[in-house]
Write a protein that binds this ligand. Sequence first.
Ligand SMILES: [Zn+2]
Length: 130
Amino acid sequence: MTLVICPECKLPFSARGGFDTVCLPCYKQTRGYELTKADDAHIRLAVETKELQERMNTYTTDVAKLRAQVVELQAKLTQTPTTAQGVQTKGVLTEAFLKTLISLCHPDKHANNEKALEATKVLIALRGSR
Ligand SMILES: [Zn+2]
């Protein structure tokens, strides 16, 4: 079913076989016929159809914007590694995960091991670079 816009009332209607040029209520009005309750129902449905089409267009636009945001965010997630004090990292480290890593490798927990100290410094630098 193809809907077209009535040039008289500007509401959508189904043009039978493509030869109707105006909607039935408008046709009847131009010919001087009295409108029936069915015509009133037709007009209400046409108004509702028009509103639904407008809402659908808005949602379609919103979906397109959201899809573009998803693509943009996915691109950010897969960006090349960042550098902090010469150490390459891949992916995304959340603040909470960084905090966990810092607590796990803190030199106090590793008898002031030099590598633990170095790793903690790097993780703290990573946290500070956000
Ligand atoms: Zn009409």
